[in-house]
Design a binder for this molecule. Structure first.
Ligand SMILES: Nc1nc2c(ncn2[C@@H]2O[C@H](COP(=O)(O)OP(=O)(O)OP(=O)(O)O)[C@@H](O)[C@H]2O)c(=O)[nH]1
Ligand SMILES: [Mg+2]
Ligand SMILES: [Zn+2]
Ligand SMILES: [Zn+2]
Length: 379
């Protein structure tokens, strides 16, 4: 029987270890045979009013699956579909939550991709709905992420790769942490183990920390794109080194380890609407990054050439704004990385940080599609 990885605590164990709980009586029933003999009948007996066992069977079905280690409820689909864990990492207010919300929405709403996305847990559905309402309907940005990071658990199916009745599907999980947690991370925390298990990393970088970008951007636009604060000027290389140390500590080997990280990493510059407005000389009308078409060909395969072009444009731009050393740092630390530029809103927030009237996401699917291709989920 194959091993199962808990989408919450990341422990690996045999599926036969998963206890099934009956919602009627709250008792656990271990599957005696194979897990595939679901539904599992509750093996307990009813209690009388005084709390004594009777010989009347409970009659319930043990439908709740619990992780034997962390005791959290495992969604049914997670047991039958392989796990595809992705991490998003970046300092506070770099735009992670907005990006995830908009990207997941686009991923399910873009029919040309032939991907089906459904939440596996109520908590996932609720979080996505709440953040979606904030951004698209109320036009207020989602609140800063607080507390222990939560795994969002989705089932994702690739309809274009159906074989007979079988549609390749994964349990796609994504962890959105609070930025400032990066500095003081507990090595036993879920997020640490989660990063260690991740098959892909999204490294979110806010271009508005870069001195030569800040100089060119109107002060109001800047404030509105930093959740109302002035933000601090930072050396992009320094921020990169800190985030990479954090990833290396989590992945193992520690920050001093000079082996390159082998997990494919999308280096995503967020809030790119601001950069496109301020750097017309770098990103002219013909620039690949301004193209609004989906990066897929007519046979629903990924157009990697488009990603190569965008990578080249951003790399050149980094050199032009005197941040070329960022690329050396990434090259020294990642076996496979690529630059992306995205805008979750398609424009900068208005007064009081309200999101634009019309949300026009720009190139938000690129990083995820590239990583899906690296994971062999799409062609
Ligand atoms: N111009 C512009 N600003 C954006 C965009 N996306 C996010 N922002 C701004 O960035 C702020 C922070 O975004 P979040 O998504 O909350 O950032 P975060 O990385 O999740 O922050 P923490 O949860 O604190 O770690 C928002 O309040 C907006 O002001 C965008 O696409 N364009
Ligand atoms: Mg957040
Ligand atoms: Zn668990
Ligand atoms: Zn029962």
């Amino acid at each position: 029987m194959s091993k199962f990885t808990c989408p919450y605590c990341q422990k690996k164990y045999s599926k036969s270890k998963i206890p099934y709980v009956c919602p009627n009586c709250g008792e656990k029933t271990e599957p005696t045979f194979f897990i595939y003999t679901e539904p599992i009948k509750c093996k307990h007996f009813r209690k009388d009013q005084a709390g004594n066992q009777t010989n009347v069977p409970c009659g319930g079905t043990a439908t709740i699956r619990l992780c034997p280690y962390c005791n959290r409820e495992i969604p049914r689909d997670a047991i039958y579909t392989p796990n595809l864990p992705f991490s998003i990492i970046g300092v506070s207010t770099s735009g992670k939550t907005n990006y995830i919300t908009v990207m997941l929405h686009e991923l399910s709403a873009t029919s040309g991709l032939r991907l089906a996305l459904t939440p596996e847990t109520n908590a996932t559905r609720k979080l996505q709905n709440e953040n979606y309402e904030h951004i698209y309907k109320e036009h207020t940005p989602p609140p800063a992420t607080q507390g222990a990071p939560k795994a969002q658990i989705w089932k994702i199916s690739n309809l274009s790769r159906r074989v007979g009745n079988r549609v390749p599907s994964y349990t796609f999980t994504i962890f959105d942490g609070a930025g400032e947690d990066h500095e003081r991370i507990d090595p036993h925390s879920d997020i640490y183990l989660y990063i260690r298990n991740s098959k892909a990393i999204i490294l979110a970088v806010d271009p508005l920390i870069i001195p030569n970008v800040r100089k060119r951007v109107d002060a109001n636009v800047r404030r509105n794109s930093l959740g109302g604060s002035e933000g601090a000027e930072k050396d992009a290389s320094e921020v990169m080194v800190r985030v990479i140390d954090y990833i290396k500590n989590a992945i193992g080997g520690g920050a001093k380890n000079n082996k390159r990280i082998t997990v494919p990493t999308a280096v995503v510059f967020t809030k790119f609407d601001v950069v496109l407005d301020a750097f017309r000389d770098n990103f002219g009308d013909g620039a690949a990054i301004r193209n609004r078409d989906l990066p897929i060909r007519s046979d629903v395969t990924i157009n990697l050439e488009e990603f190569n072009n965008i990578h080249g444009e951003i790399k050149q731009w980094l050199e032009d704004i005197k941040e070329g050393s960022v690329d050396n740092i990434l090259y020294a630390n990642f076996k496979e990385y690529r630059y992306f530029g995205v805008s979750s809103y398609g424009g900068s927030p208005k007064k009081n940080g309200m999101t634009p009237d019309e949300i026009k996401p720009m190139r938000v699917l690129d990083p995820i599609l590239w990583l899906f291709k690296k994971a062999n989920f799409v062609k």
